[in-house]
Write a protein that binds this ligand. Structure first.
Ligand SMILES: [Zn+2]
Length: 127
């Protein structure tokens, strides 16, 4: 607000908060005149324009910033998938061995035929 000395007409820009809600005694710096300055009417005291609020900024946590770090969980081993693949491979091998049993027996050495008891097993399934 603007304060004017009634004695010499000097003008001063004064913070309305310094005058207060009930007014106060002020002194002119030029002529040392003292008077009681009343507070400015409310319409004269314009509220400050609203300041624009900046957008909310998210920054990545830096080292030693006091924020918890996000830990990456270890990758899960998919045992079920590996077991199903191994089981499928065993089934394919058994089917192939049964399909090519004649060729396998023809090239199998006689010591292996005795060790595996293949002739005994064949006689059991011929019943
Ligand atoms: Zn004055």
């Amino acid at each position: 607000m603007q304060v004017t000395c009634p004695n010499c007409g000097a003008r001063y820009a004064v913070d309305p908060l310094a005058i207060g809600p009930t007014g106060r005694t002020v002194q002119c710096a030029r002529c040392s005149h003292r008077w009681y300055e009343r507070p400015a009417p409310l319409a004269a005291v314009a509220p400050p324009p609203p300041r624009p609020v900046p957008d909310f900024v998210i920054r990545p946590p830096t080292y030693n910033s006091g924020l918890p770090a996000l830990a990456t969980p270890p990758p899960k081993t998919q045992w079920g998938q590996w077991l199903s693949i191994a089981g499928l491979a065993v089934v394919v091998l058994v089917i192939a061995a049964y399909a090519f049993r004649g060729e396998i027996l023809a090239v199998l050495p006689s010591e292996w035929r005795d060790a595996l008891h293949i002739d005994t097993l064949r006689s059991l399934f011929r019943q």
